[in-house]
Design a protein around this ligand. Structure first.
Ligand code: 13P
Length: 344
């Protein structure tokens, strides 16, 4: 495979393919395992992820890359094969989460707003990850909407950190996934779709201004934004058609067409809603960039449930994963339908 940033970025958003976000930190994966009454250990985390990476039908046809957590990129499968080699054999590019998490943003808004940390020492960490096989990375910035929030201080600080991270990645010959997430879930999620539009537009404009200032090559990045959608606690949910229309409008207003691709996060949408929204957007094309998925929960929830931590359920977990991967692969082409969803 080509080692050029632009080629890697284009491969990540190749037609009908998207990214599997399997980079849950140890704290987050524990919360997911709690739901199936499974103790989170190094071995159970390995078994779970190995099951996904060996779901070869879904992986080969629909997954371009996998975002890993630090532990996983160093882990070996049960038979001793490095997990990175397992996913490469399934045709996937290894990626790595490099931020160290969202921490309270010092100052008067620290109870609500966060700044993502991890820039110190990042140059050295990226060099090591490149040696371990990573060819793309992820950094997630979090923006919360609430009464009077976000503040400019929060938007600016997070956009600046994203640009510094992206420049360091490109220096290390690693494609940065630039992820500014305007939250749709959690404690503060009562906003409507138009408030999400306003804040996302503001955030993306600021991010691209910072990327420009840092001289980041836009052809060698992938943007990972939220869709334009009402908060989970809003009493007013928009229709799928409205989500698709407003998301495309917001992205057209803010994302330069040099960017090869946009891979959405699922953010707390149901599996099917995340798929349907993506499909509607692609069906409304042509669009200036490739639009696909980089889902965590919306790709994994069904597989995790079907597996339930039991070795005898590995095949059932893989079937569930492959189904979601296929449905999202179709959505990336604008070809998903209810009928195909149910036909499986
Ligand atoms: P979700 O799709 O579950 O939102 O996760 C995507 C992700 O990588 C968040 O950083």
């Amino acid at each position: 495979m080509s080692e050029k940033l632009q080629d890697i970025a284009r491969a990540l958003v190749a037609p009908g393919k998207g990214i599997l976000a399997a980079d849950e930190s140890s704290g987050t994966i524990k919360k997911r395992f709690d739901k199936i009454n499974l103790v989170s250990t190094e071995d159970s985390r390995r078994d779970y992820r190995e099951m996904l990476f060996r779901a070869s039908e879904g992986m080969k046809n629909c997954v371009s890359g996998v975002i890993l957590y630090d532990e996983t990129i160093r882990q070996k499968a049960k038979d001793g094969t490095p997990l990175v080699d397992v996913m490469k054999a399934a045709g996937s590019i290894p990626g790595i989460k490099v931020d160290l998490g969202a921490k309270p943003l010092a100052g008067p808004t620290s109870k609500i707003e966060t700044i993502t940390e991890g820039l110190d020492g990042l140059r050295e960490r990226l060099a090591e990850y490149h040696k371990l096989g990573a060819r793309f990375a992820k950094w997630r910035a979090v923006i919360t909407i609430a009464d009077g929030y976000p503040t400019w201080n929060c938007v600016k600080a997070n956009a600046h950190a994203l640009a510094r991270y992206a420049a360091l990645c490109q220096e290390a010959r690693i494609v940065p996934i630039v992820e500014p997430e305007v939250l749709m879930d959690g404690e503060h999620s009562a906003h409507d779709i138009d408030e999400c539009y306003r804040v996302t537009e503001w955030t993306l404009r600021t991010v691209f201004r910072e990327l420009y200032d840092a001289r980041v090559d836009l052809e060698g990045i992938v943007l990972k934004p939220n869709m334009i959608i009402a908060g989970q606690k809003s009493g007013k949910q928009a229709s799928p058609a409205e989500v698709a229309e407003k998301t495309i409008k917001c992205l057209k207003a803010t994302v330069p067409s040099l960017v090869p691709g946009i891979a959405f996060l699922s953010g707390g949408q149901s599996d099917e809603a995340a798929t349907e929204h993506l499909s509607l957007m692609n069906a409304a094309g042509p669009l200036p960039w490739s639009l696909t998925f980089s889902y965590g929960r919306a790709l994994q929830a069904a597989a995790l449930k079907a597996w339930g931590g039991k070795p005898e359920n590995v095949a059932a977990g893989q079937r569930a994963f492959t189904h979601r991967a296929k449905m999202n692969g179709l959505a990336a082409l604008g070809k998903w339908s209810q009928t195909l969803e149910k036909a499986a």
